[in-house]
Every structure is written in structure tokens, then in C-alpha cells.
Ligand binder design. Structure first.
Ligand code: OSB
Ligand code: MG
Length: 376
């Protein structure tokens, strides 16, 4: 495949319901969508960077810059046999993993179409059904949270994860457990605590949580290992894991017993598969995290989740939980048993609605062999 051009777009999509974490509230997504024009099929990738550098250092604006200035020029005009070979070309650029992920995943997307294989098969997946959970943000009141949980439990989701932070934790878990003593329940702190709060965090143990996700600093393994030794509840790392070496270090230090894999956070499918393999060798289960993706990123998450060590329900859920109208056809749907059926058609298995994408686009730029042209 020769890489002829790269088109960047910013699309705006209002969320059906705001999403609040310990670092802030999102009501509308600004999503960077990338199209790779090749001598063969067109590949598409979604950049999962947020609107602001709060979850990680990256934002949609830093990703745009990294792709325009460095990542696209590293590929334009070149011939690439396999998406997996791209890391050699992109590796010189440090960090900017979510930007790299958008580019690399578009290559995988194109390669799967070129080879007439489902993307999940190209990635080495085998599961034909993905167990689904939901991530529920901090609400205006506990009553509202309980209502949301009820909706999702009734819809069949197999695991409920609630966001937490100091002041929105023990009392909230108690109310949930009072009503649903037996559901698979976990929490995600997005780094809202410090090790000084260890006595408080130990109280989480009484609620029988499947895991507590990223309780401490976003860049830490060492103090998470100290905390894990003092907790019964398993720690799951999200923000701290940027690649296979991080996964090994965290596992060998005992910093977590579960790993959340987000393909953008680790820089693309190649690294995501490598993290999966490291965890699998150590019998550490993984699950696929979410970043409020449009259907494009969601379809890529589904493909990744077919790998054999994705044994816990992930945060990949139905399109309608996020969007009035998703940009893919069909929308992602979840069965009443809480599973997504993996499509067996070539490529990502979900077509893009180009007219809708065009309508949602607020900014567009095409990069060709070092020359860029702004349009629309
Ligand atoms: O920590 O998993 C997280 C959303 C944005 C940033 C970070 C996280 C999340 C989620 C949402 O939990 C998962 C989803 O896409 O539903
Ligand atoms: Mg998380």
C-alpha cells in the first residue's frame, strides 16, 4: 500500500448525557477522525484524545499538531506492506500515543480491507461475542445514579463501573449494594486519591468490588504496589500503562491484578496486542476500556476485544448510550444478555455514514507529500 494522502477532520458530537469523572465533565465531544488515502483501500482511524489534557497529556489539538507536523509526513509517499511495520517509521516521535494510534489503526483498517479479512482476525482475535459492561459517570445525585444503574442492569450489561472520588465513594457504594448485593460492580477513581488515604481506601473492600481502577497517580506503579498489598480488592491500572514494558513492570511489582487496555493510550493496535500478550503470560486478565468514542473507535475496540485474554466485560457499550445518531451503520448494539456479536465481514465490519460525517465536520485538512491544504 502506498500512502497517498491523509485527511484530518474534527467532528463535533453532543453526548446524549454528560459524562463526569474525577477530572471533569464532558457534554460534547470534539473528535479527531483520520482518513488514510492509499493506493488500495481507504483506512479510517479515530484519535481518542480528549478535549483537554486531563486524562492524559494529549488533547485533540496536540494530536492534530503531531499528525500534521510529524506522523503524516513520516508515512506520506511511502509504501507499507503491513500496519505492524509502521511503528518503525513512527517510533522516532516520542509520546503522542493517541495521535499515533489514530494513524496506525487507520493502517490496520486499510490492511484488513485489502486482505479481505475481518479486522479482528488480522489482529489475531478469536472471540465471536464480546461481554459488555458500562462506565457510569458521577451524577448530580445518588438517586440519579441508581436510576442509571437500574436502566443498564435491565438492559443486560454484565458489569457496572461507577466513577468515584473523595465525597462520592463509600456512601454511594453502600446505596448501590443495598439495592444490588450481587451485581458485578467496580469503580474508577481516575487518580483521585493519594496513598495517605490508604485507611479510607481499605474501606472499599467491604463492597466486594471486582476492582478499583487507577486509585492513585496517573504515572505511578510503585505506590499502587504498596496499596495493592494492603487491599483485598484488585487494583486495575488504566492511565499508568503506556505499553508492554509498563505492563510487565506493573505486574512484576504487584501494582495491579487486572489491566485495562485502551488502544489509543498505548499508541495503536500493535502495542495493544503486545500488552495483551504480556498480561496473558502472567495470567492477568484484561478488558477493553473506552474513551467516549464514536462508532469508528468503538468498532476498532470491538475488534481488539476478540483477543483471548479479554475475559472481563469491557467499557465498550451500545452507540445509543452516547449518541443520538452514530457515524457508523449499523450502530453498535448490545444483546439483552449483554454481548456484542462481532461482525464477520471484511475490515472493521461497520460502514461509515459519510454524509453525516461531513455534516458534523467543523475543520478539515488534507496532507499530501509534505504539502497541506485546508478545506471547508
Ligand atoms: O478512565 O475509563 C476511563 C472516559 C473518558 C476518559 C477516561 C475514562 C472514561 C470512561 C468512559 O470510563 C468509558 C466509555 O467510553 O464509556
Ligand atoms: Mg479508567
Amino acid at each position: 500500500m502506498r500512502i497517498e494522502a491523509v485527511t484530518l477532520r474534527e467532528i463535533r458530537m453532543p453526548l446524549v448525557h454528560f459524562f463526569e469523572t474525577s477530572f471533569g465533565r464532558t457534554t460534547e465531544r470534539r473528535i479527531l477522525v483520520l482518513t488514510l488515502h492509499t493506493s488500495g483501500p481507504e483506512g479510517w482511524g479515530e484519535c481518542v484524545a480528549g478535549e483537554d489534557p486531563f486524562y492524559s497529556e494529549e488533547s485533540i489539538d496536540t494530536a492534530w499538531y503531531a499528525i500534521e507536523r510529524y506522523l503524516a509526513p513520516a508515512l506520506l509517499g511511502r509504501t507499507i506492506e503491513k500496519a505492524a511495520d509502521s511503528s518503525a517509521l513512527l517510533g522516532k516521535i516520542r509520546g503522542h500515543r493517541m495521535a499515533k494510534g489514530a494513524v496506525e489503526n487507520a493502517l490496520w483498517d486499510a490492511e484488513a480491507q485489502e486482505k479481505q479479512l475481518p479486522l479482528w482476525q488480522l489482529l489475531g482475535g478469536s472471540q465471536r461475542e464480546i461481554p459488555c459492561g458500562v462506565s457510569i459517570g458521577i451524577q448530580n445525585s445518588v438517586e440519579q445514579l441508581l436510576e442509571k444503574i437500574e436502566t443498564e442492569v435491565n438492559a443486560g450489561y454484565r458489569r457496572i463501573k461507577v466513577k468515584c472520588k473523595p465525597g462520592w465513594d463509600l456512601d454511594v457504594f453502600a446505596r448501590i449494594r443495598e439495592r444490588w448485593p450481587d451485581i458485578l460492580l467496580s469503580c474508577d477513581a481516575n487518580s483521585a486519591y493519594t496513598l495517605e488515604q490508604v485507611d479510607h481506601l481499605k474501606k472499599f473492600d467491604q463492597f466486594g468490588l471486582l476492582m478499583i481502577e487507577q486509585p492513585l497517580w496517573n504515572d505511578d506503579f510503585y505506590f499502587h504496589a504498596q496499596l495493592q498489598r494492603q487491599l483485598k480488592t484488585s487494583i486495575c491500572l488504566d492511565e499508568s500503562i503506556h505499553g508492554r514494558r509498563d505492563a510487565r513492570a506493573a505486574i512484576e511489582l504487584g501494582a495491579c491484578r487486572i489491566v485495562n487496555i485502551k488502544v489509543g493510550r498505548v499508541g495503536g493496535f500493535s502495542e495493544a496486542v503486545a500488552v495483551h500478550n504480556v498480561a496473558r503470560q502472567s495470567n492477568i486478565p484484561v478488558w477493553c476500556g473506552g474513551m467516549l468514542e464514536s462508532g469508528l473507535g468503538r468498532s476498532h475496540n470491538i475488534a481488539l476485544s476478540t483477543l483471548p485474554n479479554f475475559t472481563l466485560p469491557g467499557d465498550v457499550s451500545a452507540s445509543k448510550r452516547y449518541w443520538k445518531e452514530d457515524i457508523i451503520e449499523p450502530a453498535v448494539e448490545v444483546s439483552s444478555q449483554g454481548f456484542i456479536s462481532v461482525p464477520d465481514t471484511a475490515g472493521r465490519g461497520f460502514a461509515l455514514k459519510s454524509d453525516l460525517i461531513e455534516k458534523l465536520t467543523v475543520r478539515k485538512q488534507t496532507l499530501r507529500g509534505g504539502v497541506s491544504s485546508a478545506a471547508d
